[in-house]
Design a protein around this ligand. Structure first.
Ligand SMILES: NC(=O)c1ccc[n+]([C@@H]2O[C@H](COP(=O)([O-])OP(=O)(O)OC[C@H]3O[C@@H](n4cnc5c(N)ncnc54)[C@H](O)[C@@H]3O)[C@@H](O)[C@H]2O)c1
Length: 249
């Protein structure tokens, strides 16, 4: 679906981001892989090559977003796509979630999404590239979350609701440049993030899905890559649920 493109992939050391980065590399794209820790990136994706560059940093910092776009421009000449998966999880319900916890999650998940998208768009607009982006929300986010069984609590679900509004807003701003922005809303996926879920939460999620199971990260990555590709060329500002037919993610 994507071939010979330059893509910044965040959260690339684990889960959906790792699956996405691996597939993009195997399909002849150029990838700037970003995560908090360079050693983890290298352990999961291998050392830098002519098609893979590694950037370590916190997505909630402008300097990290600029480091990723700077690396893409320096190594590959520009940015075609952003696949933004990096996020922090919080299972604390309202009693336990204090100011610091709420701000930490909103900063990583909402501010981080904004800064990554903004810096990528600046390069695309400068270069006249009709690029595309996927930001990651979450299935069932609009239903709310109380953190039961290790699932997302109010800081997490609120942050993911923010991503949906951000996607719609940025799509409006950048449509005139031909830049598309969409949200991916995974149902429950087997990754490090859901290793905190109880058995009950995992089996409950599987039984709520029409397909009777939870998802694998490769299935999420495939949809993100499709949304980034020309195949989805008239879709922008939308949310795509990838949840196996689950009523509540
Ligand atoms: N796993 C699920 O069931 C599920 C469900 C709905 C939505 N999601 C969303 O999908 C995306 C990917 O989740 P995953 O399950 O692959 O998680 P994961 O925990 O396996 O991977 C997330 C990666 O993001 C990185 N990261 C966290 N904070 C960061 C920061 N501040 N700066 C840079 N990198 C940071 C982590 O180091 C990690 O490698 C996330 O946005 C998550 O909220 C996941």
């Amino acid at each position: 679906m994507l071939n010979d493109k330059t893509i910044i992939v965040t959260g690339a050391a684990s889960g959906i981001g790792r699956a996405c980065a691996r597939r993009l590399i195997s399909e002849n794209n150029r990838v700037v892989a970003l995560d908090l820790d360079r050693d983890r990136l290298e352990a999961e994706l291998g050392p830098e090559t002519g098609k893979l560059k590694l950037v370590a940093g916190d997505v909630a910092r402008t300097e990290t977003a600029q480091a990723a776009t700077g690396r893409a421009v320096e190594a590959f000449g520009g940015v075609d796509c952003l696949a933004h998966f990096a996020a922090a999880h919080s299972k604390l319900n309202w009693e336990g979630a204090d100011e610091d916890e709420f701000n930490r999650i909103l900063s990583t998940n909402v501010t981080g999404s904004f800064l990554m998208a903004k810096e990528a768009a600046k390069v695309m607009i400068d270069q006249g590239v009709k690029g595309s982006m996927v930001l990651t929300a979450s299935g069932g986010v609009l239903m709310g979350g109380t953190g039961e069984n290790g699932r997302g609590g109010p800081a997490y679900t609120t942050s993911k609701g923010g991503v949906l509004v951000l996607v719609r807003t940025l799509a409006k701003s950048w449509g005139k440049y031909g830049i598309r922005v969409n949200a991916l809303s995974p149902g429950v996926v087997e990754t490090a993030m859901t290793s905190e879920y109880s058995e009950e939460a995992m089996s409950g999620a599987a039984s709520r899905a029409a397909l009777g199971r939870v998802s694998q990260p490769e299935e999420q990555a495939a949809t993100a890559i499709w949304l980034l590709s020309k195949e989805a060329g008239f879709i922008t500002g939308e949310n795509t649920n990838v949840n196996g037919g689950a009523a509540f993610g």
